[in-house]
Design a protein around this ligand. Structure first.
Ligand code: CP3
Length: 354
């Protein structure tokens, strides 16, 4: 069993005592860091960065060199799975992800197969192994995947930033077809996350970025159900250590109880949720991760510190909280703001762990 020098994140996710509240930031490696932009320019583009384990390792380490973060997160993207399924992922400059061959026809959907992560996503597993080696047990490495529904949104719509017209038409008109996609996606995510765990990921997170676009009933049937299926299929212990799993549904604040019952160890909260209320609702069952509004990082250090304290005080005494933003850090964030935040979380949280 490898001994982590700093296992605060793992302990907090398992609701075991810690000395302070651990912190990491969604999208902590990204365009707000000038050194990321330099590496990306050397790689050529974003996908080449993801697909080259040397570059992926380099950018994963960049935020850790600047800020006292308690975790690294694999540098990759949730769309590697549909890319490995042959949908032709590309990033048009300034427009976000797109697919050359989105799923529209029934025969295309019936032809979908589960990619073998050790073959079609080998570059991700190589990156995980190389990052672990470079981290040298300094902090844990988080692996991740998109949720089956969020992946399906991109696969069916063919791009982001839509009104969900295509996927919701399918949901109501041909639910059998959408369930077929979601089943394949769930199997793909189980294999993908388990391969990441076997390659060295020490915690995993499922990003359900678009689950919040669904109706109350549809969320349970088309998103949460498949995340529960994944959680039931994940390796939960590896190399003698428990591998905690986090579920984050953006816009999922109304469904916290059912998310907490999905089989996860922790629930990610977006910034619309009152963390004190979330703890009352589900804090005896799971750990909580979140949930500072990423826009707070555009304000002055005084405001960042005050807003950080509000969240720490909202959660209150004891373990079970991993500090994070309520969604990914903006590319326009001044890097100094991330430093102010990480230092504030560590300094201000000790009083809640005595
Ligand atoms: O957190 C990290 O540092 C790890 C890296 C990471 C990326 N994407 C890198 C990335 C993670 C965890 C993701 C997850 C991801 N990707 C999600 C779920 C989380 C969320 O934000 O809701 C989603 C929906 C995607 C799909 C995706 N990839 C989008 C919508 C975009 C464009 C977003 C934008 O800000 O332009 C990407 C590209 C992407 N993924 C970038 C990064 C750093 C920016 C690409 C670039 O360098 O041009």
């Amino acid at each position: 069993m490898t001994k982590l020098k700093n296992d605060t994140l793992i302990r907090a996710l398992l609701r075991q005592p810690t000395e302070y509240t651990p912190v990491w930031l969604m999208r902590q490696a990204g365009r707000y860091l000038p050194e990321y932009n330099q590496t990306r320019a050397r790689a050529g583009d974003f996908l080449s960065l993801c697909k080259n384990p040397d570059f992926a390792t380099e950018v994963t380490m960049q935020p850790l060199a600047r800020f006292p973060l308690d975790a690294a997160i694999l540098f990759s993207d949730i769309l590697t799975i549909p890319d490995a399924m042959g949908l032709g992922l590309y990033f048009a400059e300034g427009e976000g992800p797109k697919f050359e061959r989105p799923l529209r026809e029934e025969w295309e959907i019936r032809a979908l197969t589960v990619p073998d992560p050790d073959v079609h996503l080998r570059y991700v597993m190589d990156a995980v192994a190389q990052i672990r080696k470079t981290l040298d047990n300094q902090v844990p490495l988080i692996g991740f995947s998109g949720s089956p529904f969020t992946l399906a949104c991109y696969m069916v719509e063919g791009c982001g930033g839509t009104d969900f017209r295509q996927i919701k038409t399918m949901l109501y008109q041909r639910p059998d077809l959408l369930h077929h996609i979601l089943n394949i996606n769930a199997q793909a995510v189980i294999a993908y996350l388990n391969a990441q765990i076997e390659s060295g990921a020490q915690a995993v997170m499922i990003f359900d970025t678009w689950g919040g676009a669904l109706s109350h009933n549809a969320y349970q049937e088309f998103s949460l159900r498949y995340m529960s299926q994944i959680l039931a299929g994940l390796i939960r212990e590896h190399g003698g250590a428990r591998i905690p799993a986090v579920v984050f549904t953006k816009g999922g604040g109304l469904w916290l109880e059912s998310i907490a019952n999905s089989g996860c160890d922790a629930v990610g909260l977006d910034w619309t949720v009152d963390i004190a209320e979330a703890r009352r609702r589900i804090g005896d069952k799971v750990a909580l991760q979140g949930n500072l509004d990423p826009a707070v990082l555009f304000a002055t250090p005084e405001v960042i510190i005050a807003e950080t304290e509000k969240i720490l005080a909202g959660y209150g005494n004891g373990s079970g909280h991993v500090f994070n933003l309520g969604h990914g850090i903006s590319q326009f964030t001044p890097p100094e703001s991330a430093l102010t935040l990480a230092e504030a979380v560590h300094a201000l949280s000790r009083k809640y762990h005595q």
